[in-house]
Design a protein around this ligand. Structure first.
Ligand SMILES: NC(=O)c1ccc[n+]([C@@H]2O[C@H](COP(=O)([O-])OP(=O)(O)OC[C@H]3O[C@@H](n4cnc5c(N)ncnc54)[C@H](OP(=O)(O)O)[C@@H]3O)[C@@H](O)[C@H]2O)c1
Length: 244
């Protein structure tokens, strides 16, 4: 696909480029003729497929500032994607009941899913180009919707994504004052076949487990269709707004 609404010679950054969805964003954008540079940013700096790879710890504000300075040395950013997130891992599993709430696990989930995107936004938003459409998009999740929560469970992940939606809304208001053509939005990718969803894919209806490539194509269409009045909102892969 080719982005239509951003112009040409685009300078693009993907944070979390080592992940299933982040890697698919890098590959899709590197193939887009309107894109000049795709910066693939990951913790180990090994994420390939972009035109340039960078190592950056997304919880180190100085490291993010240095990375943003490097990737904007020749041109401002036009689009940046934050595809960082954690649901399970070392000592972390989505809680089935309040009995499973643990300090270290909940803190880690909030750090990676909420604080890291907020820190990245702190440094990326002022580096977006002026006087043309630009966008910072962070991967959220439908389970972060408070009004849509009828099942309970997964309290750390839900809380981290609900808080991310508040970060997006809050910073979008400040952004509109300084750069009215710039958007900060959230994106729910659907259920995507990656390491993050792998233990939880049973019961996903037929046709609803997306490949990274399919999810990213849909999300790029959704990003392309947004206008400045959409800033501060979380959208699903199909362009539907997700209520807070
Ligand atoms: N897959 C789904 O079904 C699904 C559904 C809803 C929402 N999402 C959201 O989509 C985003 C991408 O998920 P994914 O499915 O692509 O997952 P993934 O393949 O596990 O990738 C997630 C990436 O997040 C970064 N990350 C993970 N743990 C980290 C840590 N402890 N500290 C710093 N960074 C860490 C890593 O990036 P680097 O390797 O580049 O450092 C990792 O590759 C997440 O925000 C997730 O919540 C996914």
């Amino acid at each position: 696909m080719t982005l239509q609404s951003f112009g040409t010679d685009l300078n693009i950054a993907v944070f979390g480029a080592g992940g299933g969805i982040g890697g698919a964003f890098v590959r899709a954008l590197a193939d887009d003729p309107s894109v000049a540079q795709v910066h693939a940013i990951s913790r180990d700096g090994q994420a390939g497929g972009g035109t340039r790879s960078h190592a950056c710890d997304p919880l180190d504000s100085d490291a993010i500032a240095a990375t943003v300075a490097t990737i904007t040395a020749d041109a401002p950013l036009h689009l940046a994607i934050i595809a960082i997130g954690i649901l399970h891992g070392d000592g972390i599993a989505p809680e089935k009941t309040w009995k499973h709430i643990e300090v270290d696990a909940m803190r880690r989930v909030l750090e990676v899913n909420t604080i890291a995107p907020a820190l990245i936004a702190r440094h990326v938003l002022p580096a977006l180009a002026k006087n043309r459409k630009t966008t910072l998009a962070a991967l959220g999740a439908r389970v972060g919707s408070i009004t849509d929560n009828r099942l309970g469970g997964w309290v750390s992940y839900r809380a981290s994504k609900a808080a991310l939606a508040m970060v997006i809304r809050t910073l979008s208001i400040e952004l509109a004052r300084t750069n009215p053509h710039a958007l900060f939005i959230g994106l729910h990718p659907g259920t995507v076949d990656t390491g993050l969803s792998e233990p939880f894919q049973q019961g996903v209806p037929d046709g609803k487990l997306f490949t990274g490539e399919h999810a990213v194509a849909q999300m790029l269409d959704t990003i392309d269709a947004r206008t400045s009045t959409d800033s501060g909102t979380v959208f699903a892969y199909d362009g539907q707004e997700i209520s807070a």
